[in-house]
Design a protein around this ligand. Structure first.
Ligand SMILES: [Zn+2]
Length: 334
C-alpha cells in the first residue's frame, strides 16, 4: 500500500502519539491550547497525521471524549476535504517555497470569523519551506493571534526556521518511538508475506518511512543504486557511472548513501546485529572489505560538505563527479 493511502485514513492519533495526545487533550480541557504548535522530528514519524488528528478533533462539533465523533457536520466536511475553517498550506510543488502572498491571503481569510463558529485550524507543511518574507509575515500574524485559531507548523528541519518564529510556537520535538509501539501498527498495514521488523529496522524505526520503502519506485531506485555502487567499488570507470546515477533523485541518493555509510560503520564496529538495513548487508560487507573506518568517516564527511555546497551551487553533474571521485579516491588510498 502507498503512504498516501495510509495518511488518508481517519484523522486519529497514531498509537505512538498516545502520551502527547493526552497532554494536548489536557491543555484543551484547561483552555490552554496555544495559538501555534511546532511539531518537529525526522520524516516518517507521522507528524502530519498527528497534526491532522488535532485539527479534526478541534473542528468536530460533538467530540466523544478525546476523539472526533466522525458523523457531525464538521467531521463530514473534513472528510470531504471542504471544511471552511481548515486551511492546509503547502508549497505549490515539492521543493518550492511557501511565499508571502500565500501568507497574506491566509491572514486575510483568517480575519473573517470562523464559518462554523468554532476553531480555525491552519496546517503549514513543511514549515521550513516558508521563505524569509513569508516567515516574517506569519510572525506578525502570530504576534497578534486571532481568537480560537490554531497554527500547526510541521517540520523535519526546525533549525531552518527563523528563531523568532520558533519562539512563538509551543515546540514538540518527536523522537523515534520504541518498536513495541509501532510494530503492531506497521504489521497491520502490510500483507502477510512482508516483513515489518526488517522494514522498520531499515527505516531507522520510523513507521511511515518503513511503508515508503515498499513503494515500487523507491525499491527500484535502491536496487539500482546498490548495483552502481558495487560497480564503483569493483573498479568500474567512475565517469561512466555518472549518466545512470543522474537518473536517480539526487536528494534521495545523498541521504541514502549517508545512511549506508553509517550502517556500514555499525557493521564494522559492532557487527551484523547492529545493522539497520539488513537488505543491504552484501554491499556493506563489500565496503567493509574495501574501506577503513577512517575512510568511511571521511566519505561521510565529504558527502555532507558536498550536500551543503549543492545548496548554493546547484550543479548536479559536478556533484556526481565529486561523489564518484570521492569513493574512487578512498579505494586507491591504501
Ligand atoms: Zn464530529
Amino acid at each position: 500500500m502507498s503512504v498516501a493511502k495510509a495518511e488518508q485514513k481517519p484523522a486519529l492519533p497514531l498509537p505512538w502519539h498516545a502520551s502527547l495526545w493526552q497532554q494536548w487533550h489536557q491543555q484543551y480541557q484547561a483552555d490552554r491550547l496555544p495559538h501555534a504548535l511546532l511539531l518537529s522530528g525526522e520524516a516518517g514519524l507521522g507528524k502530519r497525521t498527528l497534526a491532522r488528528a488535532l485539527a479534526h478533533f478541534l473542528l468536530c462539533e460533538q467530540p466523544q471524549g478525546q476523539h472526533p465523533c466522525g458523523h457531525c457536520a464538521g467531521c463530514q466536511l473534513l472528510e470531504s476535504g471542504f471544511h471552511p475553517d481548515w486551511y492546509n498550506l503547502q508549497p505549490e510543488a515539492e521543493g518550492k517555497a511557501i511565499r508571502i502572498d500565500a501568507i497574506r491571503d491566509l491572514t486575510q481569510r483568517l480575519q473573517q470569523s470562523a464559518q462554523k463558529g468554532g476553531y480555525k485550524v491552519v496546517l503549514l507543511w513543511p514549515a521550513e519551506a516558508l521563505n524569509l518574507h513569508a516567515a516574517n509575515a506569519l510572525l506578525k500574524t502570530l504576534e497578534e493571534p486571532e481568537p480560537s485559531t490554531l497554527f500547526l507548523l510541521v517540520s523535519d528541519q526546525p533549525s531552518r526556521l527563523p528563531a523568532t518564529l520558533r519562539s512563538r510556537c509551543q515546540h514538540w520535538a518527536l523522537s523515534i518511538p520504541p518498536s513495541a509501539e509501532t510494530l503492531p501498527w506497521l504489521t497491520c498495514q502490510l500483507s502477510a508475506d512482508q516483513q515489518p521488523e526488517q522494514l522498520l529496522r531499515a527505516a531507522g524505526g520510523r513507521p511511515f518511512a518503513a511503508l515508503k520503502l515498499l513503494e515500487s519506485g523507491v525499491e527500484q531506485q535502491r536496487v539500482e543504486l546498490v548495483r552502481l555502487m558495487e560497480q564503483l567499488t569493483c573498479g568500474a570507470d567512475p565517469l561512466e557511472l555518472i549518466a545512470p546515477l543522474k537518473k536517480l533523485p539526487l536528494a534521495w541518493m545523498i541521504t541514502t548513501l549517508q545512511n549506508w555509510c553509517a550502517d556500514t560503520l555499525r557493521l564494522m564496529m559492532a557487527g551484523e546485529a547492529a545493522v539497520y538495513d539488513t537488505r543491504q548487508q552484501p554491499l556493506y560487507q563489500q565496503w567493509a572489505d574495501c574501506f577503513s573506518v577512517h575512510q568511511l568517516l571521511a566519505i561521510q564527511q565529504e558527502l555532507e560538505q558536498r550536500q551543503r555546497h549543492l545548496l548554493t551551487h546547484p550543479n548536479e553533474e559536478l556533484f556526481l563527479e565529486g561523489l564518484v571521485i570521492t569513493f574512487q579516491r578512498a579505494l586507491h588510498d591504501e
